[in-house]
Design a binder for this molecule. Structure first.
Ligand code: AMP
Length: 497
């Protein structure tokens, strides 16, 4: 469906056009007409499906249809988001799609001084985008009054639940008028979310696009069997060897994220971490460096990564294979957004085998599993005795890459690699009691993880075309560049709003 087929006012259509979008993604095609009628919507959609525009665009249209005088501290629309990053990005979307309308908005979140936020509220805004904690703080201080809210959006409801926001949300909802339009979006629909939806929404239209149990067609997923201690070397190797142009690496913990950054710097790979211990400024700086190609790797914890909206992410690395299968789906959804393609690479050590099984159960298929292309390092107890030691990555980089490409990189038939005879341990891949499966016919061998080109006309992941016949990025002249989108015109990866 084209945006021009939707009954939207011309300034919004113009703004959408200037963003480079013509075709509505599936969630937009389904949700926008319903929201325009004023009905409640329960949207089951992951990030990356274009869901922000799916609610921001019709909300702007409706607010614009009936303009009222600004009232200090009394927004007409409230959008709740779980993290400040997501809140900022939602605000940017309202700004972009509403640029010809003059609809006022502000975003409020914790971790920064409240005075500028209070000032903005005092002047009056039509759209308020907020994280729950700061909103409650400001409500208690009477800087915000929700009694004039006409449209309420709860975004990423399942994450809100994970982050313990359910009570604050109930408190907030209790102060919003019953007579309102409510839109609730969630990537997953566990029982508690359904219960919340039953309480919040009135005969909602359910709009579902990509079920959480299905990962995007455009994502090529590979799992590397690797010992925990070999993960840093494998990551550095893949960043250089594939190469990975714009990569998000997910770690379980904040310290783990910092450790990965330190390890990568030993291999002369620039990376920065974003997590809850970092200041808002340093997170924004890291995101900016990443989006402007100053660093190829961003290392993030799951919570900090929520709402990162950088286009053209070529690779997602699950450095720690999460024990929450839904989180795997969320993580890999950072790549292959809005019709582009991408690669998800997961490191699975022996303790994470059960996590791999759980993920495969959720997505209802087996993932392609290959051995680490690097020789396993000796176990810690062997390290002192070893002679000569494992070749360092820089050794491999100096003379070993070509050799590695010929000999060590798993071949399409994916045979377990030969073992170093000095190492008495079993090979990395076959040791976890899971037979290695051959790759499916037609799949590219591991190591050709260069993503396919995004669609010329992004149509959302629901369009589902794979472009596997495209040459890989690394084979293309000037291949070490981020992919283009939007009809081949290079588009800044971060929304320039
Ligand atoms: P979201 O799911 O809202 O986080 O959006 C994912 C990405 O898709 C964002 O970078 C949007 O700018 C982009 N996007 C949203 N709608 C469209 C569209 N109709 N066509 C192409 N890209 C889109």
């Amino acid at each position: 469906m084209q945006f021009s087929d939707l009954q939207l006012c011309s300034p919004i259509l113009e703004a959408i056009k200037s963003e480079g979008y013509e075709t509505a993604t599936p969630i937009q095609a389904k949700a926008i007409p319903v929201i325009l009628t004023g009905k409640d919507v329960l949207g089951c959609a992951q990030t990356g499906t274009g869901k922000t525009a799916a609610f921001a665009v019709p909300i702007l249209h409706r607010l614009n249809e009936r303009r009222v005088a600004l009232q200090p501290r009394k927004p007409r629309c409230l959008v709740l988001a779980p993290t400040r990053e997501l809140a900022v990005q939602i605000s940017d979307s309202f700004k972009a799609y509403g640029k010809g309308l003059g609809i006022t908005r502000t975003v409020i979140f914790g971790g920064v001084g409240q005075n500028p936020q209070v000032d903005a509220l005092r002047k009056g805004v039509e759209v308020l985008i907020a994280t729950p904690g700061r909103l409650i703080d400001l409500m208690e201080q009477r800087h915000v009054d929700l009694s004039a809210v006409e449209i309420f959006v709860l975004d990423e409801a399942d994450r809100m639940l994970d982050m313990g926001f359910i009570q604050p949300i109930r408190r907030i909802i209790a102060t919003i008028p019953q007579q309102r339009q409510t839109l609730m979006f969630s990537a997953t629909m566990p029982t508690e979310i359904r219960r919340l939806a039953d309480q919040m929404l009135k005969t909602p239209t359910v709009v579902e696009v990509a079920r959480v149990s299905s990962t995007a067609d455009q994502i090529e997923e590979t799992v590397y069997r690797v010992e925990k201690r070999d993960k840093p070397a494998l990551l550095a190797h893949l960043v250089k060897e594939l190469p990975m142009y714009r990569t998000i690496v997910f770690t379980k913990t904040k310290h783990g994220a910092d450790r990965v950054v330190r390890h990568l710097s030993k291999y002369e790979i620039k990376a920065e971490a974003i997590h809850g211990n970092k200041s808002q400024n340093s997170r924004q700086r890291a995101l900016h460096s990443f989006a402007t190609n100053k660093i190829p790797v961003l290392v993030a914890t799951d919570i900090a990564s929520r709402g990162i909206d950088v286009d053209g992410i070529t690779h997602v690395v699950n450095y720690d294979l999460t024990h929450e299968p839904e989180t795997y789906v969320h993580r890999i959804g950072r790549t292959a957004r809005a019709g582009a393609s991408g690669c998800a690479v997961s490191f699975c050590d022996r303790e994470e085998t059960a996590n791999l099984r759980a993920i495969e159960k959720l997505i209802r298929r087996q993932l392609k599993v290959v051995n680490s292309p690097l020789p396993p390092s000796p176990a810690p107890e062997q390290q002192d005795n070893r002679q000569g030691g494992r070749p360092s990555f820089s050794d491999a980089a100096r003379g070993g890459h070509q050799q590695h490409q010929r000999q060590d990189r798993p071949q399409p038939n994916d045979q377990p690699q030969q073992r170093d005879r000095r190492d008495s341990r079993p090979p990395v891949g076959g040791a976890f009691g899971r037979p290695q499966r051959p790759m499916h016919g037609g799949q590219r061998p591991t190591g050709t993880h260069a993503p396919r080109q995004p669609h010329q006309q992004p149509a959302g992941r629901g369009a589902g075309h794979r472009q596997s016949s495209q040459p890989s990025q690394q084979n293309r002249p000037g291949g070490n560049r981020p992919p283009k989108r939007g009809g081949g015109k290079f588009r800044h990866p971060m929304r320039a709003r």
